[in-house]
Design a protein around this ligand. Structure first.
Ligand code: S3P
Length: 431
């Protein structure tokens, strides 16, 4: 599908971003192994989270939508899953595959996990190796480095493990396996990644201890997990598209209602504010174990910045759209220590550089990031998503800010994480 975008005279409006993708996956998976029913409001209906729900159904979990659109999920306890009669398909979703690999490693049955062409090319050794160290029996292509993965579930033992890269998917996979391990599991990361799993596990009465220096210890629970009903916060990774559009557009004011502002995710706010963006958080409150706020973003003049170090895992998914802001900021922006971007749904360093150049960006690819010179204005043109949802939406934002007409090929990829994206774009542009 192609979408044609023009820069609107004004950007105005109030948007409820879709439910957070990371929290939705976790709410489904953890409640599936709790004992009893949970109601999950604002569950994200994008293709990734639906892939998780389908896999859970194949594993015998009962769930449905009620008349309000709330997900009702019936947990059968830690050992309530049953062997799937077929291969489990995670589609495009790395979170589905990696978290389920951790969960299924400890089940007394056999599972096979596969995905689409993009997911089948993504690295799995980062979960397979530590899971094997816990006693898991997992085979896959390239010695277990690539899906499909075949998991002969069985008994596990806790480990002490330092993750080589900051990764919430790996941390969460190992935390799920830890629920089935004998003895405690201790995990450390080089920098803090998103902590939704830990927050949710604690709320479900699992003992998750924080260690000095950011590590965590998980003790296998003595009793079943308590079901956790929640309202999923709006996804800051989705809201980020409108934050950049509003900060850069000369006549903009956008209110983003009920967005998750967990500090392990809010690096995009820090980066944009550091560039000079006018961003105000209002009505800060808690939805269960997660902080949320309404975020008001207005037109601003941005200057270049440096994005590196512990900020990277706090805005990893927002780097492509932050690159658009950098193109339209004054001066140079350097993004480094972000080599993980090459391992996402596309090689996001390569694809972001390639596609933004088509729109007049001055942007250099680096092994672990990019260097961007502000160019004053982008020029509309033809560009493509490479089947990557974040790239499709990044290019749409570039189109909102460019002179002339922009055509985004592969625009349908946005439905992986933001099914209502194009109607929100129209809504905000139509004032
Ligand atoms: C996610 C973690 C991040 C992120 C991905 C979702 C999660 O990946 O890029 O979109 O839900 O845990 P890594 O954990 O691999 O960095």
């Amino acid at each position: 599908m192609r979408k044609t975008i023009h820069s609107p005279r004004r950007l105005r409006g109030s948007i409820e971003a879709p439910g957070d993708k990371s929290i939705s996956h976790r709410a489904a998976i953890l409640n599936a192994i709790a004992q009893g029913e949970a109601a999950v409001e604002n569950f994200q209906g994008g293709a990734d989270c639906l892939a998780t729900l389908r896999c859970l159904r194949a594993l015998g979990v009962k769930w449905d939508w009620d008349s309000q659109g709330t997900l009702r999920i019936q947990g059968g306890g830690r050992f309530g899953l049953r062997e799937s009669a077929d291969v489990l398909n995670a589609a495009n979703s790395g979170t589905t595959m990696r978290l389920l690999a951790g969960l299924l490693a400890g089940q007394p049955f056999f599972s096979v996990l596969t995905g689409d062409a993009s997911l089948r090319s993504r690295p799995m050794e980062r979960v397979v190796e530590p899971l094997r160290a816990m006693g898991a029996r997992i085979q896959g292509r390239a010695g277990g480095a690539r899906p499909p993965l075949a998991i002969e579930g069985g008994s596990l033992r806790g480990i002490r493990y330092r993750l080589p890269v900051a990764s919430a998917q790996v941390k969460s996979a190992l935390s799920l396996a830890a629920l089935y391990g004998e003895g405690e599991t201790a995990l450390e990361e080089p920098a803090a990644s998103r902590d939704h799993t830990e927050r949710m596990l604690r709320a479900m009465e699992v003992e998750v201890l924080s260690e000095d220096g950011g590590g965590l210890r998980i003790l296998p629970p003595q009793r079943e997990l308590t079901p956790l009903s929640l309202r999923v916060p709006g996804d800051i990774s989705a809201a980020a598209f409108w934050m950049v559009a509003a900060a850069v557009h000369p006549d903009a004011e956008i209110r983003l209602v009920g967005v998750g502002v967990n500090p392990s995710r809010s690096g995009i706010i820090d980066a944009l504010v550091g560039m000079g963006a006018s961003i105000i958080l209002e009505e800060e409150r808690m939805w269960g174990c997660e902080p949320v706020a309404d975020i008001v973003v207005r037109s601003s003049s941005l200057r270049g910045t440096v994005v590196e170090g512990s900020l990277i895992p706090r805005l990893i998914d927002e780097i492509p759209v932050l690159a658009v802001a950098a193109c339209l900021a004054d001066g140079e922006t350097v993004m480094r220590e972000a080599g993980e971007l090459r391992l996402k749904e596309s090689d996001r360093i390569r694809t972001t550089v390639l596609e933004l150049r088509r729109l007049g960006a001055s942007i250099q690819e680096q092994p672990d990031g990019m260097v961007i010179q502000g160019v004053g204005c982008l020029k509309g043109g033809a560009c493509g998503s490479h089947g990557d949802h974040r790239l499709a939406m990044t290019l749409a934002v570039a189109g909102l800010l460019a002179q002339g007409e922009t055509v985004v090929r592969g625009a349908e990829a946005s439905s992986v994480s933001y099914p209502g994206f194009w109607s929100h774009l129209e809504e905000l542009s139509s004032y």
